[in-house]
Design a protein around this ligand. Structure first.
Ligand code: FMN
Length: 154
């Protein structure tokens, strides 16, 4: 069974909630799912997952949530080759923060692509000003993502 790893970066639990809500959609599509609440670089590079989903919120002024910093630091310092990594990205933010809206998700996206990873489809940006529960935006997006990218394996 192919493996989907969901890498979570969260301060208040919203991004984790998204991960937990969308996991069954991937299980139904034929994946074994692992949700990583304290993701490290090893979780990414030691055994590249068949598919990756990043659910990452933004804190501070466009900063990564603390639990996600070790992974980002690892990417920054070690610049691992991520060729072959296929991923989707759900960024949580709040447009009232202006220029730093979804800053962490956007930066992560740039980092992953610069290391050779391939994003499948567009990034989802969930704006807390518009969507009270991020799941309301994430669930239909994931359903569509699985369909449009032909990710179903069972
Ligand atoms: C102290 C603080 C700083 C924030 N800074 C930003 C920011 O710079 N850019 C942004 O888009 N959202 C920012 N947000 C909004 C959060 O990203 C948003 O509420 C998100 O849904 C939180 O997700 P989480 O529950 O997974 O942490 C900030 C929220 C707080 C409380």
């Amino acid at each position: 069974m192919p493996m989907l790893k969901i890498y979570v970066g969260t301060m208040y639990g919203g991004a984790l909630d998204v991960a937990e809500q969308v996991a069954p959609l991937f299980e139904s599509a034929g994946y074994e799912v692992a949700i990583l609440e304290q993701p490290s670089l090893d979780d990414l590079v030691e055994a590249l997952p068949d598919l990756a989903l990043f659910c990452v919120s933004t804190t501070g002024s466009g900063d990564f949530p603390g639990n996600f910093v070790p992974l980002v630091r690892g990417l920054d310092e070690q610049s691992p080759a991520l060729v072959g990594l296929r991923y989707g990205l759900i960024a949580l933010g709040d447009s009232s923060y202006g220029e730093t809206f979804c800053g962490a998700g956007r930066r992560l996206d740039e980092m992953l692509q610069s290391l050779g990873a391939s994003r499948l489809g567009e990034r989802l940006e969930v704006d807390a000003m518009e969507t009270f529960m991020a799941d309301d935006a994430a669930l239909p997006w994931v359903e569509e993502w699985i369909e449009a990218q032909r990710l179903k394996v069972a």
